[in-house]
Design a protein around this ligand. Structure first.
Ligand SMILES: Cc1cc2nc3c(=O)[nH]c(=O)nc-3n(C[C@H](O)[C@H](O)[C@H](O)COP(=O)(O)OP(=O)(O)OC[C@H]3O[C@@H](n4cnc5c(N)ncnc54)[C@H](O)[C@@H]3O)c2cc1C
Length: 405
């Protein structure tokens, strides 16, 4: 019987599954459903080069028209899946189209969280799509006041970009430093650099309300009220407080959606269903937990494992994920997994070049390495410290597998 693989979501993960399937020789039917009316494109530049006006939409494409043609897939672009019947193996789209499949790949990513009262408020924005980035870029004019709510990667990167465009930037975060996921040492340094570049960074601060500010001038029409009574005025407020897995269309299925789509260690979620990318929480054999990561390279790595598994080829995910963030002129790269309990220790430093590396340990064992303006050094550390499991490392038993039908 011939197969029909349906991929829902055509970001980095969905596209990579399709490309890898074809590369591995799959020549049965392939269908791609993508909620955005664009060729698949890359998101990291949205808060960096694209926002600065240094790259146009076409430079973000992960696959242009020719590459898509070569995939020989049926494409439903600008259409969203709204329901799935896993027993009947049919996905329904928002225009009523019913797509039968033999194998489904869920690659629908995440959607930005918002703050109550901000929907439809002019100047209150989030940043996920190329349209969001174009809207924000249009507002970041010299002298424009931008309040960024959230001190994670997206918030801090956008703050740096807005400073470079001449905006007045205030960043508000409830955490004690920006980039809290990197620990207090690196987070404090990143905050100091952002402040030195001209941003006002308010840590330990929570937003109570964002609203239109009555008689304020047009370019400062929004008021952000903080929990300590501080009132900030802004022309633009970017809410960057994290994201939620885009799984609404799956809520009536039997999939475990407690944090995205819960999968085993090769991306199987249920018979006939795989998931990968930001939406997927894969079983992590080393820690015995399920982990959902929102990193660009990890999405592609998972996608290649899923494609291989769909074709009966066992390939394990190399669980040394990598992500980077551009903090203005500073490039931070992390390899590995920084657990909340991990302790940071400096490794090498070259203060003259503003360059250093550090390691994170959990229970004495290195779980991640970080490079600050040190891409080559951190790669070396990765090879030395992360790729060989330590002698005391006992792998817990694999999670129970759900076999595809
Ligand atoms: C502004 C920005 C900057 C970033 N910078 C970095 C960075 O510097 N480094 C890094 O490692 N990572 C970065 N990331 C994260 C990285 O882009 C993601 O990890 C990556 O895009 C995940 O790919 P994905 O395919 O899983 O999901 P996505 O890229 O989100 O793609 C999912 C696609 O599925 C579609 N979809 C959702 N629901 C449906 C539905 N029901 N039907 C059909 N289609 C649907 C969505 O519209 C979307 O097109 C950044 C993300 C953003 C938004």
């Amino acid at each position: 019987m011939s197969r029909s693989i349906l991929v829902v979501g055509t970001g980095a993960a969905g596209l990579t599954v399709a490309e890898e399937l074809r590369r591995l020789g799959y020549d049965d039917a392939l269908t791609l459903v993508g909620g955005e009316d664009h060729p698949p494109y890359d998101r990291p530049p949205l808060s960096k080069r694209f926002l600065k006006g240094e790259a146009g939409p076409e430079q973000l494409w992960l696959a242009g028209p020719d590459a898509l043609e070569r995939l020989d897939a049926s494409e439903y672009r600008g259409r969203r899946a709204v329901a799935a019947d896993l027993a009947a193996r049919v996905v329904t789209l928002d225009d009523g189209t019913a797509l039968p499949y033999t194998d489904l790949v869920v690659a629908t990513g995440v959607a930005p969280r918002t703050l109550p009262g901000t929907a439809g408020l002019p100047g209150a924005v989030t940043l996920k799509t190329v349209e969001d980035a174009a809207t924000l870029a249009g507002r970041l004019r010299p002298g424009q006041r931008l309040v960024v709510v959230g001190g994670g990667f997206l918030g801090t990167e956008t703050a740096w970009t807005a400073l470079s465009l001449g905006c007045e930037v205030t960043l508000v975060t409830p955490a004690s430093t920006v980039l809290p996921g990197l620990g207090p040492h690196v987070g404090a340094l990143a905050g100091e650099r952002l402040t030195a570049a001209g941003a006002t960074v308010l840590t330990g601060a929570t937003v109570e309300k964002i609203h239109q500010g009555g008689r304020l001038p047009r370019d400062e029409g929004l008021e952000v009220l903080l929990d300590d009574g501080t009132r900030l005025t802004a022309g633009t407020v970017l809410t960057a407080i994290g994201s939620a897995p885009d799984v609404d269309w799956l809520t009536r299925t039997e999939l475990d959606l407690s944090d995205g789509v819960r999968c085993d260690a090769v991306g199987r979620a249920a018979p006939g269903v795989h998931a990968c990318g930001d939406v997927a929480a894969w079983y992590h054999p080393r820690s015995g937990r399920h982990l959902r990561l929102e990193h660009r390279m990890h999405a592609g790595d998972q996608a290649r494992v899923v494609a291989a598994d769909l074709l009966g080829q066992r390939r394990d995910l190399e669980w040394v994920p990598y992500f980077w963030t551009d903090q203005g002129p500073h490039k931070i790269a992390v390899h590995g997994l920084i657990t909340p309990e991990a302790e940071y220790e400096p490794h090498e430093a070259d203060p003259e070049d503003d360059r250093f590396t550090g390691v994170y340990r959990t229970d004495g064992r290195v779980c991640a390495v970080l490079g600050w303006n040190a891409p080559r050094q951190v790669l070396r550390l990765r090879r030395e410290l992360l790729t060989t499991p330590g002698p005391t490392e006992a792998l817990p038993p694999a999670a129970p597998k759900t076999e595809p039908a």
